[in-house]
Structure formats: C-alpha cells, structure tokens
Design a protein around this ligand. Structure first.
Ligand SMILES: C/C(=C\CNc1ncnc2c1ncn2[C@@H]1O[C@H](COP(=O)(O)O)[C@@H](O)[C@H]1O)CO
Length: 201
C-alpha cells in the first residue's frame, strides 16, 4: 500500500479514461453500521464496481457502510484509493492500494473529487450530504462535468429528490436538474449510467 500526506497545493489533473476503460469512482456514503436494507445494495454495487475493474475512491475509513463497500470492491478484484484526513488517519483502512491523508476536511473533499472520474452518492448522514452538495455546487457553476449518480436505496432520498425538483420548478437552479445528478433506484442502473456517460463526454 502506498501512503502519502499532502504537501502544498500542486496536484495533477486526471486524464479521463476512454470508453470501456476502468474508472476511478468516488463513493460518498455513511460511516454508520446499517441494516440489510442498506448493506445489501451497497454490497451489490461494490461487487459490480470491483468486477468491472474500477477503483473505489472513498473516505478511507474501515467503518460502517464505508467498510462494506471497500470489502466488496476488494473481494471482487477492484482497487481501493482512500483519502483520509489527519484527525482520522489512525482509522484508515490497512491494505488499501493507496491511502492519501489530507490536512483537513475541505482538502479531503477537493482530493476525493480530483481523483474521481465519476461520483456516486449512497445513503448517508451529514458527512455524505456535505460531500454531495459540494460536487453538485461545482457542477452548477460549470467547474466540473463529472457524472454524479444518487443511488436512492429504499427510497432514502425521495425527500431530497422532491426538494431538488422544487428548487428547479421555482427557479433556484440555473441548470436543469438532469444535468446535475442522475437518480438511480438500483446499483446496476447506477453503474450503467456512469459507464455510458463516459462514452459521450
Ligand atoms: C472511526 C470513526 C469514525 C470514522 N468516520 C469517518 N471516517 C471517514 N470518513 C468519514 C467519517 N465520517 C464521515 N466521513 C466522510 O463523510 C461521509 C460519511 O459521513 P456520514 O455522516 O456518515 O454520512 C463519508 O463519505 C466520508 O468521506 C469513529 O471513531
């Protein structure tokens, strides 16, 4: 495993993989221990990701749903690229292919997005919501065009979807909602969207 701390602000820019090539897929998701309603689809998505030869880019911790997905990706043959943060470095997963330690949460978010070709938002709490709104805000301002999927497991994000639709209908969004985020009901639909959108960008 390679392990590095960040220094300064010089960072490389990712060259997007061509259609059919493996991607770096950043997943934002809960650090909590959850029941089967949420762990089953998370495991299913992890397996698809690993079997597709993709790399999981995630928050680096070995807890809750974050661990479920990291385990699933690794077992299915995918790579793990963690971006932890200084104050959680002791909790970082041992055995990831790469682990970067950011100085603070803001830098971690920037690194997670920088290293990703695409983003999937799974069920989560305030941490996940914070990460999700960061990428959506960047997309809103045209600062990135990376595809974003919201995996709406067990209707967890029905309320958020409703709120986004209201924002769009009442003029709060300068871009159509469909350009910001794709809502997937199932893991297979989430990955299919990412793989297809890579071919047309
Ligand atoms: C080991 C313990 C806590 C570890 N907690 C976290 N580790 C890594 N990343 C985290 C942690 N908590 C939040 N994150 C980031 O936010 C998302 C999850 O937050 P949520 O509030 O649970 O939705 C996740 O994507 C991470 O990037 C306790 O000792």
């Amino acid at each position: 495993m390679s392990f590095s701390h960040t220094r300064g602000s010089a960072r490389g820019t990712r060259v997007l993989p061509a259609y059919g090539e493996p991607m770096n897929i950043c997943v934002f998701l809960s650090a909590a221990d959850l029941d089967d309603r949420y762990t089953r689809p998370a495991r299913e998505f992890a397996e698809l990701l690993g079997k597709g030869g993709h790399t999981l880019v995630w928050g680096g911790s070995d807890v809750g749903l974050m661990k479920v997905v990291a385990d699933g990706v690794q077992e299915a043959g995918g790579r793990l690229l963690g971006v932890s943060v200084d104050f959680l470095a002791a909790k970082a997963r041992v055995g990831a292919d790469e682990m970067v330690i950011a100085r603070d949460l803001a830098e971690r978010k920037a690194l997670l997005l920088e290293k990703a070709d695409a983003v999937v938002i799974m069920v989560g709490g305030t941490g996940t919501l914070d990460e999700a709104t960061e990428i959506l805000e960047l997309k809103k301002h045209g600062r990135t065009d990376k595809p974003v999927v919201l995996l709406n497991t067990a209707g967890f994000y029905d309320g958020l979807k409703e709120q986004f639709r209201r924002m769009e209908a009442e003029g709060f969004l300068p871009r159509p909602l469909t350009e910001l985020v794709f809502f997937a009901q199932e893991p297979v639909g989430a990955l299919a969207y990412l793989e297809e959108s890579r071919g047309v960008r």
